[in-house]
Design a protein around this ligand. Structure first.
Ligand code: GCU
Length: 424
């Protein structure tokens, strides 16, 4: 063997070792700024002893490398990513995790059902809308509420909020402050905002397929194993609300964020993968099937989520119960699919069910893709301390003290991040 050849061989070997180690499970140092409170670990373990909340018991894992293509070759540049690898990953997530959306042609129209012209002392116009989707002679409609700040000669960025709790009507939104969707604060910060309820699109109930938009598109036929499930259907609805925002003169729909909490956070991430018009995805406490790495199996697992919520993921996802290491993807690649656009991920200190460290690490593990695409992102494997938001380039993260929830403080930090991304 001649020397240059040997040298090349050795350096290739070293490079592959680096690539493997870069994606292997990181060691959690004793002096980490954030560690789960041992009392919380003990309390949750007592409540649900069949699940692991202990960092020390997370299995060693190696994440699939988003920059290695299915033929084993490395993604060479941004074009290669955009033209080849991104499509491969989308296909894997559609076939193995979230299911495929229908390709049935449809038309959509937006009917205004009510309006308040002087919401918040004249700060905004609020409207109740109905999105009416028509296929042939059949129609399906879902309601949403939209607020646009009254600003002259200026386009504003927008936030699409996925509501998985109680529907907040136009009237309620203007008369009662709800930290889950704090419309007044959002509008005061210069954003338009719209919200719809998940169950109005596809009932969040495994027994009610027949009443939702998935059944509507399938004309009542049962869904094939790889067909979309509720998370994807809700994400699709977020895109339809964005269609509406695009029609409003006062909104700059190229600066739109999709926001959701918990199951809504899972939805927001996948919505931004499927629809690249979203400039920002904000996942709040989304956990398993959202921001958290499946391979860590800390808190909620693939087995438990697919058993209790079979209508959320396509059938194949359940096959990885107890065998997460065989998943051809992991959730850091959801982040990678959103790159180079912006992502904000949050956790809550007591919400170990959603695996805060797994949520953070999945954002960090997408950093090689952000780098390839020429965008800065969080790459430090060490989590920030509680209540210390971290923002680097197109990514942001915070772990808030307290329980699983989306509240005023989360919104405040998220909007600070969004302000750095959108140009007002
Ligand atoms: C359950 C579920 C989670 C989900 C959460 C929510 O706890 O196990 O996966 O995120 O509900 O949506 O509130």
């Amino acid at each position: 063997m001649n020397e240059p050849f040997l040298f090349k061989l050795c350096s290739q070997f070293i490079c592959s070792l680096i690539a493997i180690f870069a994606l292997a499970s990181p060691q959690v140092r004793a002096d980490e700024p954030w560690q789960a409170n041992p009392d919380t670990v003990a309390r949750l373990t007592k409540q649900r002893s069949e699940f692991n909340y202990d960092e020390a018991k997370v299995p060693a894992y190696t994440l699939p490398d988003p920059l290695v293509k299915s033929d084993g070759s490395k993604v060479t540049d941004a074009d290669d990513w955009n033209q080849t690898r991104r499509a491969e990953l989308m296909e894997l997530f559609r076939s193995q995790v979230y299911g495929r959306r229908p390709t049935t042609p449809y038309t959509i129209r937006f009917d205004k059902t009510a309006e308040i012209d002087d919401a918040f002392d004249g700060l905004a116009v609020g409207r109740s809308m109905s999105a009416v989707i028509t296929v042939g002679s059949r129609s399906y409609a879902f309601p949403f509420v939209v607020f646009v700040p009254k600003k002259e000669n200026q386009k504003v960025p927008a936030i699409v909020h996925i509501n998985n709790r109680n529907f907040i009507s136009l009237k309620t939104a203007t008369t009662e402050h709800d930290p889950f969707w704090p419309v007044k604060s959002i509008v005061e910060r210069g954003y338009a905002t719209a919200s719809f309820h998940t169950s109005d699109v596809d009932p969040d109930d495994k027994t009610r397929y027949a009443d939702g938009v998935r059944s509507f598109f399938a004309d009542g036929k049962p869904p094939p194993d790889d067909a979309w499930r509720s998370l994807s259907a809700w994400g699709w609805a977020a895109s339809r609300v964005l269609d509406h925002l695009e029609t409003l003169d006062v909104v700059d729909a190229t600066q739109a964020a999709v926001v959701g909490h918990s199951r809504g956070g899972k939805t927001a991430l996948w919505a931004a993968c499927e629809d690249t018009r979203f400039a920002i995805a904000y996942s709040n406490n989304s956990g398993c099937g959202g921001a958290a790495l499946s391979r860590r199996a800390l808190g909620e697992t693939v087995g438990r989520i697919t058993e209790v919520f079979p209508h959320w993921f396509c059938k194949n996802f359940a096959d990885y119960t107890g065998r997460e290491k065989h998943l051809p993807v992991d959730q850091h690649e959801v982040m990678a699919l959103i790159a180079p656009r912006s992502i904000y991920v949050t956790s809550a200190d007591e919400d170990l069910w959603a695996d805060p460290r797994g949520e953070y690490l999945s954002l960090v593990s997408a950093s090689p893709v952000f780098r390839l695409l020429g965008i800065d992102s969080i790459a430090d494997e060490s989590m920030p301390a509680v209540n210390q938001p971290r923002v680097v380039g197109h990514t942001g993260y915070h772990i808030r003290s307290g329980a699983h929830n989306l509240g005023e403080q989360d919104w405040k930090w998220f909007l600070n991040f969004a302000d750095t991304i959108v140009k007002q």
